[in-house]
Write a protein that binds this ligand. Structure first.
Ligand code: ACO
Length: 315
């Protein structure tokens, strides 16, 4: 397939590190140097589904396509207010599409997993035009009294429209189960029969374990994709990485022995918006004119599970 259009939407409220240090035992200096985040957009009165619909509309406009031309919609999401119906179906109605749709939860790697599903459906001859929307509100998952987690995240939605083409050259996915590194429990409604103990718990994270996994997984996934296509790291013009921590991005950059200019970031003013990071960054690089026709782009993400993936595509 070919990425024919991109779009994104961020909540209007911006929270700086200094604002966080008013109610948390933290500082701008700590957050900035340990994570790279300076400010983040957080949901206040917006609804995630409205942001997802707006990001989708912008991607369709960029692709010069109407919603009735879509054959499939994939939404990547970890949490939102609806348990059911699925977010992709709400987006379908919002943009006026009539095609089938599906939600996936692959944590921060959701956009790459969605690309693999779209490409596979296309290769099987089942679809021509696919909309992928990643919509995430991780700020609703964390304990805002826990300085180790809440400072990292921001909310947002990013979208991409895929059309026939041979620009996606390789996608490599991986998974390695580790439920004690990055996890969250929620309480379901009680029944008269439940006898086990259940808990409601915000996002829990063993930061250093996640850090190590992220660097290793991204290096491996990108290397596998490069080998698959038969090109070298030097042949890639831009590396669009999951925006979890600037130190993770720097470590991957060092592993690949590539110059920093090839790694555009937006973690400074967005934070980590889970699977939305990749399509939001892609949209910003598209709209700023950074991506030139023919550029080889590598995208890589990792998240809870653990799951990870990398994609190589020609712009
Ligand atoms: N402000 C001030 N101090 C803090 C803060 C804070 N916000 N958070 C932690 N600290 C303190 C800790 O309490 C600790 O203090 P102590 O030594 O007195 O115990 C000290 O700073 C060092 O803490 P570490 O956890 O060792 O700090 P580290 O350098 O590992 O950075 C971080 C923590 C930023 C979380 C890092 O480990 C990381 O980025 N990990 C990966 C996170 C990630 O990618 N998460 C994925 C998110 S979800 C997803 O994308 C699927």
């Amino acid at each position: 397939m070919r990425i024919a259009g991109t779009g994104s939407m961020l909540p209007k409220k911006v929270i700086t590190n200094d604002m966080l240090s008013q109610f948390l035992d933290t500082s701008d200096e700590w957050i900035r140097t340990r994570t790279g985040v300076v400010s983040r957009h957080v949901i206040s009165d917006e609804r995630l589904e409205d942001m997802a619909i707006e990001a989708a509309r912008r991607a369709l406009a960029d692709a010069e396509m109407t919603a009735d031309e879509l054959d499939f919609i994939i939404c990547s999401n970890v949490v939102n207010e609806y348990v059911t119906p699925q977010l992709s179906c709400i987006i379908q109605g919002g943009i006026g599409a009539t095609c089938p749709c599906i939600d996936i939860n692959c944590a921060c790697a959701g956009f790459i997993y969605a690309l693999e599903i779209a490409e596979s459906f296309y290769q099987a001859g089942r679809v021509r035009n696919v909309l992928i929307v990643s919509a995430e509100e991780p700020t609703r998952m964390t304990d805002w009294k826990d300085r180790r987690t809440c400072v990292l995240f921001g909310d947002g939605a990013g979208a991409a429209v895929l059309t026939p083409g041979d620009n996606i050259r390789s996608i490599k996915l991986s998974a390695s189960s580790a439920t004690d590194k990055l996890w969250q429990y929620r309480l379901l409604h009680p029944t008269p029969y439940i006898t086990k103990e259940e808990v409601d718990m915000p996002l829990q994270m063993k930061g250093q374990d996640v850090f190590k996994f992220a660097v290793k997984a991204a290096g491996k996934d990108i290397s596998r994709a490069l080998k698959d296509v038969g090109i070298k790291a030097d042949d890639v013009s831009h590396y669009l990485l999951h925006q979890a921590n600037i130190r993770i991005i720097n470590a991957i950059q060092e592993y690949l022995e590539q110059p920093a200019e090839k790694f555009p970031t937006n973690i400074e003013d967005h934070g980590n918006s889970s699977s939305s990071c990749c399509p939001i960054l892609l949209d910003e690089c598209n709209r700023s004119g950074l991506l030139k026709r023919g550029d080889m782009v590598a995208m890589s993400a990792f998240g809870a599970g653990f799951v990870s993936g990398a994609v190589l595509f020609e712009w």
